[in-house]
Design a protein around this ligand. Structure first.
Ligand code: FAD
Ligand code: PYC
Length: 416
């Protein structure tokens, strides 16, 4: 660190950050916008950013009922990978991966994208057949991936219990070296700051309570800060998608369920990759601060309370202790839940609707953090041009009537 930055660090510490400028302003809503985005999570903010940057549409409001990035964006375990099975899904997640790779530079904001690699463990012969199929499919799509045996896994994660006598012995894994993690709130803040700098209004503490339509077209939204007009409204509200769709008289094929995560006390660096096991139901990485970041499977009931049931925590801790006996005495510091929006095929909806000007981007379920840049990119394009972006064509709502589902349950990485 140079002398100037040491000085400015000390000055700011002593001034309690008093003279810091806000990274974006908090305007009152205007009467009318070209586009309203409901939901100020990562996906909504990324959509606003790409609307402005790629399409020159800057008369945009992001309307958020709480604070920016306070939904699932703030609550996830930040695992990023693009190793999905089917061409349609893997290409969409790979677009996102490529955007992640340049995101800190693009936003001039360090999103702490760390390509530390992701291991998806296999514990049965069927797991290993599925892993081989998925890795082969990925490689045909130009996506990095390898099938690893136990000795190779053990070299990457010496602490992992690979004993053949464990309850579900590790037989192998898929390995995506370009996968990893990023800093969740930095992603929201980076997109927010860059979108606001291009003229986007970020309106917090503003809950949408109704969607106004006229003659089959959207004309605006009712909010806790009054009516705001717009000919285009994009809904990016994750676990609240069913509730917001009902405001327009629509029913989405979405279930909202709690998904939990927890972090431990900080430890010295001991795990420099991401390990996921769908069989024992746990995933783990270590944050730069040293905490173990641990996640679970979804709770088996629908609901909107941002917590979850105790038995899921217990089950997850059993899984982690089985995989990493060395962690069995580590204390957990915090636990929380988010509400994930799951579709029957474990794939998202990025789509126009039967109401002209009304669009939905949802159904990312347990796995949308990794998709944040790609989702925003293709959704902005869909909203701007009133037709699906080529990479979003397979993800319209129509697939639930045509039957063209894309079953990604196997690659979702989280049981649901
Ligand atoms: P959100 O960040 O939830 O944003 C939606 C916003 O809409 C919220 O801020 C909400 O307040 C707002 N909103 C809702 N209703 C209204 C309204 N009526 N008016 C105004 N605003 C409204 N994904 C991964 O890829 N990797 C992971 O490791 C991972 N782990 C996860 C772990 C947990 C515990 C959870 C809960 C999720 C995890 N996910 C993961 C999924 C990921 O978090 C989500 O798919 C993603 O963050 C969704 O982003 P979003 O911007 O769509 O949603
Ligand atoms: O989709 O990779 C994922 C994931 C990991 C944890 C939760 N979701």
């Amino acid at each position: 660190m140079g002398r100037y930055s040491v000085f400015s660090l000390m000055k700011n510490a002593l001034s309690y950050h008093e003279n810091w400028q806000a990274a974006w302003h908090s305007p009152k809503p205007k009467k009318h916008y070209d586009v309203i985005i409901i939901g100020g999570g990562g996906h909504g903010l990324a959509t606003a950013y790409y609307l402005a940057k790629e399409h020159g549409i800057t008369n945009v409001a992001v309307v958020e009922k709480g604070y920016l990035g306070g939904g699932n964006t703030a609550r996830n375990t930040t695992i990023i990978r693009s190793n999905y099975l089917w061409d349609e899904a893997s290409q969409l997640y790979e677009l996102s991966m490529k955007l992640w790779e340049g995101l800190s530079q693009e936003l001039n904001f360090n999103v702490m994208f760390s390509q530390r690699g992701v291991l998806n463990l296999g514990h049965s012969l069927q797991d290993m057949r599925d892993i081989a199929r998925r890795v082969n499919a990925n490689r045909l799509n130009g996506i990095d991936g390898e099938v690893l045996g136990v000795a190779e896994i053990q070299k990457i994660v010496p602490l992992l219990n690979c004993s053949p006598t464990s309850r579900y012995p590790v037989l192998g894994a898929s390995w995506q070296p370009r996968g990893g993690t990023a800093r969740h709130d930095a992603v929201a803040w980076g997109y927010a700051r860059a979108a606001a700098a291009m003229g986007v209004d970020l309106i917090q503490q503003c809950e949408v309570s109704g969607i106004r339509t006229s003659a089959g077209k959207v004309v605006g939204v009712e909010t806790s800060q009054g009516f705001i007009g717009a000919p285009k409204v994009g809904c990016v509200v994750a676990g609240n998608s069913g509730v917001v769709a009902a405001m327009a008289g629509m029913r989405l094929p979405i279930e909202s369920r709690p998904l939990q995560a927890m972090v431990s006390e900080p430890l010295k660096p001991c795990l420099d990759t991401v390990v996921m096991s769908n069989a024992v139901h746990g995933y783990i990485s270590q944050s730069d601060k040293g905490d173990l970041v641990i996640g679970a499977g979804v709770d088996q009931y629908n609901g909107y309370g941002q917590r979850g049931s105790f038995h899921v925590i217990e089950h997850t801790m059993q899984a982690i202790c089985e995989l990493f006996p060395a962690f069995s005495r580590v204390r957990m510091n915090r636990q929380w839940g988010g509400i994930v929006d799951t579709c029957p095929d474990a794939c998202p909806i990025v789509s126009k609707t039967s109401v002209q000007g009304l669009f939905f981007n949802c159904g990312w379920g347990t796995g949308g953090f990794k998709a944040t840049p790609g989702s925003g990119y293709v959704f902005a394009d869909t909203v701007a041009h009133d037709r699906p972006h080529p990479l979003a064509e397979a993800f319209t709502i129509d697939r639930f009537t045509s039957g063209a589902l894309i079953d990604e349950h196997g690659a979702a990485g989280v049981a649901h």
